[in-house]
Write a protein that binds this ligand. Structure first.
Ligand SMILES: *Cc1c(COP(=O)(O)O)cnc(C)c1O
Length: 383
């Protein structure tokens, strides 16, 4: 097949299986409403769980940072891109989460790739929950380490894999809150056999940080677990963008030498680091408590009203409505959109075949009335 033929065939296949991905330009994509031109929808698709993307203090911190530092960082952190704003944020994150060090990355995707490829050597075995995020699974399969996947949240399957001999080092990989299902990993029951086997643990808490646990410290704090590597991201509850890896002094120094995403890539703008710091102060403080309580109320309200709907058993802001068939999921998303709700149909390969779903995400930015209106529309559309 020639290049043009290959591209055309791949697109045709996606169209045929109703898995073609398209983008829609919006005026505003997070917060309570999604707006496009003059139209607006109640937004049940963004990961802005606490509504911080629009918070005046976070917006002002970014503006003030831009005035002070300009809009760019000018280079990688090893050259000119590591500012006082970056350093303050790293120190505060480390203190907040109880780690010796934090290192900032441009995104969660980059952080996962960087850490996994910097650690993996031939002979190593990286053991990941089957439903781990694409950035984690892809990074391992592109690395020198061997990838093994265990059944979702099965500590028995994990234990079994840890009993097998391995000549290299082992790293166990899971998420705090799973991005497409909204359920949580049994972190304490994963950490214990991992430690006994002399393996390390990496937890990607993209959807837990800021939302769950005491003062929003996330899934690991909630489970009383301190993995060797904790990944938190700032594009979800923090309402901004970027990520950090929390780890030991030695591991941070190692990553500064060997994480190529830190060495060959421009650092995040200092103003962005300042905005993330402002989001962190809100999350970690009293207002964070209020926002988390509001989010919990919204989750409860939806679940209480959804007994007749095929909602997965998720206690978090991610509430998947599993319909199975791709075309059915798409049609459902379309009819909700016609009724004024922005909801996305998630289809394979993002989820396993036959488990297409509407991934409803709730936010503290929603009012009780938004949840009630969504429930009413869901009941009509699902009939
Ligand atoms: C969103 C997400 C990422 C990627 O983070 P970005 O900052 O958006 O690149 C990584 N892991 C999980 C589990 C995620 O949900």
């Amino acid at each position: 097949m020639s290049w043009p033929e290959r591209v055309a065939a791949a697109l045709a296949l996606r169209r045929k299986s109703q898995t073609l991905r398209v983008r829609t330009p919006v005026r505003q994509g997070c917060g309570r409403f999604l707006t496009r031109g003059e139209q607006r929808w109640r937004n049940f698709s963004s990961n802005d769980y606490l509504g911080l993307s629009q918070h005046p203090a976070v917006v002002a911190a970014w503006q003030e940072g831009a005035r002070r530092y300009g809009v760019g960082s000018g280079g990688s952190g090893h050259i000119t891109g590591y500012s006082e704003a970056h350093r303050r944020l790293e120190l505060r994150l480390a203190q907040w989460l109880g780690y010796p060090r934090a290192l900032l990355f441009i995104s969660g995707f980059a952080a996962n790739h960087a850490v996994i490829s910097a650690l993996a050597q031939r002979g190593d075995r990286f053991i990941a929950d089957r439903l781990s995020h694409a950035s984690l699974l892809e990074a391992v399969s592109q690395s020198q380490a061997e990838l093994r996947r265990f059944a979702h949240n099965s500590t028995a399957a994990l234990r079994h894999m840890l009993e097998k001999p391995c000549t290299g080092q082992r790293l166990v990989i899971t998420e705090g809150v799973f991005s497409m299902d909204g359920d949580s990993a049994p972190l304490a029951a994963i950490a214990a056999p991992t430690r006994e086997a002399g393996a390390w643990l990496l937890v990607d808490d993209a959807h837990g940080a800021g939302v769950t646990g005491e003062a929003g410290r996330g899934s690991c704090a909630q489970a009383g677990v301190t993995p060797e590597l904790l990944i938190v991201t700032f594009g979800k509850a923090f309402g901004v963008s970027g990520a950090a890896v929390l780890c030991s002094e030695a591991l941070a120094d190692y990553l500064l030498q060997f994480a190529r995403h830190l060495i060959y890539s421009t650092a995040m703008p200092p103003a962005q680091a300042q905005a993330i710091s402002a989001a962190l102060e809100i999350l970690a403080g009293e207002e964070g408590e209020t926002l988390r309580a509001r989010l919990q109320d919204n989750i409860q309200r939806l679940r209480n009203g959804a007994a007749a709907l095929p909602l997965a058993a998720s206690p978090t802001a991610i509430q998947p409505l599993i319909v199975g068939d791709n075309a059915v999921a798409l049609a459902l998303a379309d009819s909700l959109r016609e009724r004024g709700f922005w909801v996305n149909a998630i289809r394979p390969p993002a989820v396993s075949p036959g488990s297409a779903r509407l991934r409803l995400t709730l936010s503290a930015a929603h009012c009780p009335e938004d949840i009630d209106a969504l429930l009413e529309a869901l009941h009509v559309c699902c009939e």
